[in-house]
Structure formats: structure tokens, C-alpha cells
Design a protein around this ligand. Structure first.
Ligand SMILES: [Zn+2]
Length: 309
């Protein structure tokens, strides 16, 4: 069984505070991930929205940190850069990694920077974090949020050409459908849950879930307490409820995992070392082992294989 996780913020955290990716005291390190059965992790690069030059400088430092760290442990972690690399996921006891940009503020309106980021290894991009940037509006803009800018549309089209995965987490609702139209391929929502069970703007409503189904994308189920349950401390059972709900609403072939480890302080599972619980927890919810295989990894891998070149 291959376990994949579509989102953690460990790289930006460690770039700031220092520490080693192989072993540390954050929510995620390579050693604990491999022991828990994880075989693919998306590593987000993130800087708080600011002007695009400051943002680019910060992102470059995080790329440097990531590349330096993974090159220390070539037997334990390898980057996914092309479709062919996906064949090696789970073939040995090692972790594959996909480099993700959370909020593409650093592109500004300069398409050449997108090509640079691709060459530097980025294979997944979300246009915004919660705020507006030159490409689109994030969910934090509230009910007056707009969709994609002209450049935002160009970026999405160019991403599809290059074979970069498109992540719609954090994007305001008007941009959601637009992005799918311009991308013309399966999209990811790497870390979010169902709004029907927890009314948070970062979660997806039923019509957004159907858009994910209609483009054959996936949604990665998130561990952030605020996205799992509106009141009180949620349990792992509450997280499982989101999976069951989405599977019943649109089909389990569109469900994946996106922990958000190191992206928030209050999460349901305390760290990647607990990811070995998934299989038994889903069996207890009457999913078959084939279905569990899909939810934990194969659904995500289907999209990744389809998009990467
Ligand atoms: Zn996020």
C-alpha cells in the first residue's frame, strides 16, 4: 500500500527556524514519514504575501534548503520531476517528493519566472494563499472576491503546457471554476475538507466537490482542527467523517490525503508518525482494501501521472 500526502509546510518552517529534514521536532521528518509508510509527500514553499520581489527571494531560499536537504539522503528521498519518476514511488522503502508553491505571488506578472520555477523543480502550484495577488483572489477576500486575472489565466494555461499540477486550495470560489476551465485537466485541492460538515471558507461546498469530480481531480483531506469541526476539539473519527461524506457525495476515487502538517498548530493527528493508523481506521469504516489503496495513494497518483510530462 502506497500512502501519499499532498501538503505539508515543513520546508518553509525549517528554512526559518533551522533544523534537518531527516529528523527534527516539527510535525514531519523523513525518518518518521518512511516508518509510518508514507511514500510520497508534497512539500510546500510559502512566504506571506508581499511584493513579488521579496516573495521570490524568500521562495528561492526555501528551494535552496529543500534541494540541499534532499541531496543529503539520496537513498531515502528522491524528487519527482517527470512522469517516469512516478514508477519508482513505493518500489523501495523510500520517500518521493514533489515540490509545491503555495501562493504564486513571486511570479508577479512575469511568465518567465514560471518557467524558471519549473526548471528549479517545482511541479505543483496554487495561485494564491488567502489574499489577493496579481493572478487571482484567495478565500480571505470574502464575499466580494473575484476570479482569475488575465495573467492568472495565462499562468494556468502555461502550467498545463509545462505539466505542472494545479492546486485550488485557498483560491476564492469565483476563480475555482475558471481555473478548471483554463487548465483543462484534473486539478488538486491539496488540503481542504467538506464545508457541509465544517462551515469554514477553506473547505469545499458541494458544488465545488462536483467540479473536482467532473474534472477527475482529487481533494486531500486536511488535519487542521478548524477545518474538521466548527466547535470543540475534533477527533480522528471526525476527519474520517469528511472522507465518508465526500466518498458518498462524489465518489471515493476523488479522495486523497493532505495533512497540512506544520501549516497550523492545532491539528487532529499530531504528526506524520501517526499516518500508519489510516488503513485500520478506514477498514473500521467499511472501506475495502482496494478502496483504501485508492484513498491513501492511488487516486492522487492517477492525477499526478496524468499531468506530469
Ligand atoms: Zn495552506
Amino acid at each position: 500500500m502506497i500512502i501519499c500526502d499532498l501538503h505539508c509546510d515543513t520546508i518553509s518552517k525549517l528554512t526559518q527556524q533551522g533544523g534537518e529534514l531527516i529528523s527534527n521536532n516539527t510535525h514531519f521528518d523523513i525518518s518518521r514519514a518512511i516508518n509510518a509508510g508514507l511514500r510520497l509527500q508534497f512539500f510546500a514553499l510559502f512566504s506571506y504575501p508581499s511584493d513579488y520581489n521579496s516573495s521570490l527571494r524568500e521562495i528561492l531560499k526555501q528551494i535552496y534548503y529543500y534541494n540541499t536537504q534532499i541531496s543529503l539522503w539520496p537513498d531515502l528521498i528522491f524528487p519527482i520531476l517527470k512522469k517516469q519518476d512516478c514508477q519508482n514511488i513505493g518500489a523501495r522503502i523510500q520517500l518521493a517528493s514533489i515540490l509545491h508553491l503555495e501562493g504564486a505571488d513571486c511570479i508577479g506578472t512575469d511568465m518567465a519566472i514560471l518557467d524558471c520555477l519549473y526548471q528549479l523543480g517545482i511541479r505543483s502550484i496554487g495561485l494564491t494563499w488567502n489574499h489577493r495577488n496579481l493572478l487571482a483572489d484567495g478565500v480571505g477576500e470574502g464575499k466580494h472576491a473575484a476570479g482569475l486575472s488575465r495573467v492568472g489565466k495565462e499562468v494556468v494555461i502555461r502550467m498545463a503546457e509545462l505539466g505542472i499540477l494545479l492546486d485550488l486550495s485557498h483560491l476564492a470560489e469565483p476563480g475555482f471554476q475558471e481555473a478548471i476551465e483554463y487548465y483543462q485537466g484534473p486539478v488538486l485541492v491539496t488540503h481542504a475538507n467538506a464545508r457541509a460538515l465544517c462551515n469554514h471558507p477553506r473547505n469545499l461546498n458541494d458544488s465545488q466537490l462536483k467540479m473536482i469530480r467532473d474534472c477527475s481531480g482529487v481533494i486531500g483531506i486536511n488535519q487542521v482542527a478548524d477545518f474538521v469541526k466548527a466547535n470543540g476539539q475534533p477527533t480522528f473519527d471526525d476527519v474520517l467523517n469528511h472522507i465518508v461524506y465526500i466518498a458518498e457525495k462524489i465518489g471515493l476515487e476523488y479522495v486523497a490525503l493532505g495533512s497540512d502538517f506544520d501549516g497550523a498548530d492545532n491539528l487532529v493527528l499530531p504528526g506524520i508518525e501517526t499516518y500508519d493508523q489510516w488503513e485500520n481506521a478506514l477498514l473500521a469504516r467499511n472501506f475495502t482494501s482496494n478502496e483504501i489503496d485508492m484513498i491513501l495513494g492511488q487516486n492522487a497518483l492517477r492525477v499526478i501521472n496524468q499531468i506530469l510530462t
